[in-house]
Design a protein around this ligand. Sequence first.
Ligand SMILES: [Zn+2]
Ligand SMILES: [Zn+2]
Length: 130
Amino acid sequence: MNKNTNHILIKYIAYFYFYDKLKEVINMDLKKFKMIDEPFICDVCKKEVQPLKVSARDHCPYCLCSKHVDINPGDRQNSCHGILRPIGVDKYKDTFKIVYKCDKCGQIHRNIMAQDDDFDMILEVTKNVK
Ligand SMILES: [Zn+2]
Ligand SMILES: [Zn+2]
């Protein structure tokens, strides 16, 4: 093997290596996107929840419960997977943030309410605020 073919070989190996890495990254993003956009059955009230078209849905619109899956909003990197139960609301700009407490690790978490959240449930939670 002369020097030239060697160089071409190295180029090809590098190309395929990076191509594979690139594919991995793209697939990971697709998976994440799929997870967010799929309808799911709520673990708490067992109702089927349809995907929210405008943004990622992070809680159930019927019982407002959520799952402790994020470290930072939307990253799905938390391995806790406990149920986040609403314990109150915070005023946030012209909307509300629902305050949650995880029933597994006890961490406090906040999610912005969605337009189609059951407003009676929001009011119910508001009553609990002391
Ligand atoms: Zn629910
Ligand atoms: Zn938790």
